[in-house]
Design a protein around this ligand. Sequence first.
Ligand code: 5GP
Ligand code: SF4
Ligand code: MG
Length: 460
Amino acid sequence: MCGIFGVYGHPNAAALTQLGLYSLQHRGQESAGIVAVDDTGVASLRRTMGLVSEGFADDDMRALNGPIAVGHTRYSTAGASAIENAQPILARVRRGHIALAHNGNLTNAVELRRDLEDTGAIFTSSMDSEAIVHRIARSTGATPEERLANALAGVEGAYCLLVVIDETFLAARDPHGWRPLALGKLGDAWVATSETCGLDIVGASFVRDVAPGEIVAIDRQGLRSMQAIAPEPLNRCVFEHVYFARPDSKVFGASVDRARRSLGRQLARECPAPDADLVFAVPDSSNSAALGYAEESGLPFEFALIRNHYVGRTFIQPTQAGRDAKVKVKYNPVREVIEGKSVVMIDDSIVRGTTTRGLVSLVRAAGAREVHMRVSSAPIISPCYYGIDTPRREELIAASLGPDELARHLGVDTLGYLSLDGMLGAVPTGPDGYCHACFSGRYPTALPNEPELLRAGALR
Ligand code: 5GP
Ligand code: SF4
Ligand code: MG
């Protein structure tokens, strides 16, 4: 998963972009980058592994001059975790440049890449996004938006893009609308961001979402909109509301906080725990859902798990060893809240079950009498090919264990998931127009031909 943020028409575009990336840090912690384009049309790029707060020195920010900037935070879903795979991508082409930041996964990336390599393209990364840059470089059109539109014809899957072609700023969203992308205004400047919390941090006001299949082009003449690709049935990612986005954001026209509370309330109706003493969240991603559960059930909401916010990125690494170590370093139970109590532990999702299992044993060790686990989404049973790093099916715990086995494996007294219909019905703008493939196994598009190649990032 990734976060993208961009500014057009502000003297401090790169500094604002850095701020925007701070607010999109939750969407990717592996690497970050900013491209800025100055008044003379010269583009500069700075990329770093790790966090936005650590990666950009004063010298870097001074080098990122000019009124146009695009930035990216990355969690790898296609391509390895390495600096050559950090975004934005900046390519010098013909007389100009192309800068590109991508959120999403292309489902025909393997074919796109082979076609390009067969005709001489040289790739410098293993990212699916690089294929789009090559296609833009080769495409023709009277305007930059037409060039981008031509490049995107034949590109399949999930993408939100921020692109700078020379001095034109472009924002594009795939015709299924998988990922969110919002437009805002800050004085005369334009801002584009994956989530609206990025508008808040720079003081910009929300204007509208980029529409599915739309390309927005901004240059000295102002803003132009083009329906580049006819809209297809909407496949907005329901997991953005369940887990990914920040609760202070609006995505797909709805407040994430409201969506999560409603998921929590629906969970309390579907899976009550009438004899429990209290409800607590696995912070932070399930805080709002746990509040919803407490509101609906009438049980008191408590802070029973404390999350360490200073856990370094060593523990956010996408490896099993990293994940195992993470649980104890990241969470500690509050014995005074839990001891002797029958508790409802709310989480937004269970992926591999590793974190959950570790948490349950911590909660038991702190003296819980009974542990009732409630999950504010349906069981995750299938991999995502559209930009979220869910693992292969074999590693998805709910795909291999039935409900009773899973409860035993996790060490809980009872386990309750939200139903698929309950989940989709609880999202304020639901139940239609959402992708739920990882929960239902019903993929809205043809699957990638070589899914494991795509997911392993070995696009060769
Ligand atoms: P598990 O028990 O499956 O190991 O971990 C469950 C936890 O992982 C939940 O707290 C959930 O919020 C979080 N989670 C869900 N999806 C993702 C994801 O795509 N990436 C990361 N890093 N965490 C996730
Ligand atoms: Fe979102 Fe799941 Fe669809 Fe992926 S498969 S886009 S995570 S709903
Ligand atoms: Mg969580």
